[in-house]
Design a protein around this ligand. Structure first.
Ligand SMILES: C[S@@+](CC[C@H](N)C(=O)[O-])C[C@H]1O[C@@H](n2cnc3c(N)ncnc32)[C@H](O)[C@@H]1O
Length: 410
């Protein structure tokens, strides 16, 4: 069977037959990013398969509030023109659409703003282009990493929402003979795991540098690519900020001996599972980030760690409450669709900020590059900001959906 037509499990078996057992990280890379059959390459998940739901797809407040934050970054760094806002892994393009709509409300900021999308999947890029077709007032451009690199030395903000958690992880297990790495092999046409020596010097170096010592029987997931990515990203900027939003933990917690099985999970049809070898290319694979390693890598590259806050605090500090329907706003005796709209709107916003939903599970890591103010609004005390400060927001997409108004369902 040719490379073009063979399904992913066959291609993986072919690679194993040629090379021998492959590190799990390589297996995960093939599953998610194989140029033809990868889960993300094919645009599955968020819109195509709905295995995951991100903040970007929940309520327009998310993109709008980050746009407010970007506007403040621009104002407080002497209003550079152009100001590049670069979104990595834009998924369905919901975030970009909401961001651009909000940014367009401030004429001067909109005039300086250039919105760049870094998307490796042609299928997703096509959906993003369709979604953003109407946002002509702010220049929007899809750009490959290599081309972005050629433009290194710009002012702006780099943004990644739930992107780094998809980077392939090396799974390392403590044994009496020292750390061993999970590899994937095939027997009688069935993929299975096997423990072998570490796959390379980089894995050994990471364990050493980050002082990760898995105990006997303990498994840890090492995302080596994420610190490399953040160093690379920091070096793109002459002056500006980097915002990484994701789930993760500090190293002492992430690799604590009490955590026996790491954090890797597979997602299929909105359900989590640990059948990592099943459904190659047809299910999402994701692991928590190591915030400690990311901070250190950003600092080594010359960035300044500005802080990490929860998504809830970040969004509330930027004015998330402005988007909540105000108490008593025409609810009693109002038409039923309007009431339903407000309830759906409120629930979507609660998903973003309630601690037990996404509010505390997600963090925002902020890094500054060059001489930039560090006291960003999003990192400030949420309750210091009164909701009277900002203009009333239009109803969210979830609200419009509940009301049966026109608009595509997320
Ligand atoms: C869970 S989705 C999140 C999508 C979107 N950011 C959102 O908030 O809905 C992960 C995305 O990261 C993208 N991705 C993974 N590695 C990437 C990389 N190195 N550069 C750019 N995008 C990447 C994937 O293609 C996928 O679209």
């Amino acid at each position: 069977m040719s490379e073009a037509s063979a399904p992913l499990p066959d291609l993986i078996e072919q690679e194993i037959a040629t090379r021998g057992p492959i590190p799990f990280a390589r297996f995960m890379e093939l599953c998610l990013f194989h140029p033809r059959h990868g889960y993300y390459t094919r645009g599955l998940g968020g819109g195509g398969g709905r295995d995951y739901l991100t903040s970007s797809g929940i309520h327009r407040a998310y993109g709008a509030l980050v746009a407010r934050q970007a506007g403040e970054m621009w104002r407080r760094t002497e209003r550079p023109d152009p100001f590049l806002f670069v979104e990595f892994g834009p998924g369905e393009g919901y975030f970009a659409a909401d961001f651009l709509q909000e940014a367009a409300r401030t004429q001067e900021f909109a005039a300086a703003l250039r919105y760049l999308l870094v998307e490796t999947s042609a299928a997703l890029a096509a959906r993003q282009k369709a979604r953003l077709a109407g946002h002509a007032s702010i220049p929007v451009e899809w750009i490959a990493e290599e081309d972005l690199e050629r433009r290194a030395g710009f002012s702006g903000c780099l943004f990644a929402n739930e992107v780094l958690d998809a980077f392939p992880v090396h799974r390392v297990v403590g044994t009496p003979d020292g750390p061993r790495e999970v590899h994937v092999t095939a027997r009688d046409g069935v993929l299975e795991e096997t423990l072998l020596p570490l796959s390379g010097a980089a894995v050994a170096r990471f364990l050493e540098e980050e002082a990760v010592r898995p105990q006997e029987g303990q498994e840890v997931d090492l995302n080596l690519a994420a610190p490399c990515w953040i160093s690379w990203a920091v070096r793109l900027l002459r002056r500006g900020y980097l915002l990484v939003v994701d789930y993760g933990k500090e190293a002492p917690d992430l690799y604590h001996p009490a955590r026996r099985r790491g954090t890797l999970l597979a997602y299929h049809r909105h359900g989590a599972n640990e059948e990592f070898l099943l459904r190659p290319g047809a299910q999402d694979l994701t692991a928590h980030l190591d915030w400690t390693a990311l901070r250190k890598a950003a600092e080594r590259a010359g960035g300044r760690y500005l802080g990490r806050t929860t998504q809830a605090r970040f969004l509330l500090a930027l004015g998330a409450l402005d988007f909540f329907p105000r108490a008593g706003e025409g609810s009693a005796g109002g038409p039923a669709p309007a009431l339903l709209r407000r309830i759906a709107d409120r629930e979507a916003l609660k998903d973003l900020v309630l601690p037990e939903r996404m509010g505390d599970r997600f963090s925002v890591l902020s890094v500054g590059v060059g001489d930039v103010p560090r006291d960003l609004a999003g990192l400030s005390e949420p309750w210091a900001r009164s909701r009277e400060e900002a203009p009333a927001a239009p109803p969210g997409r979830a609200a419009r959906r509940a009301a049966g108004a026109a608009g595509e369902e997320r």
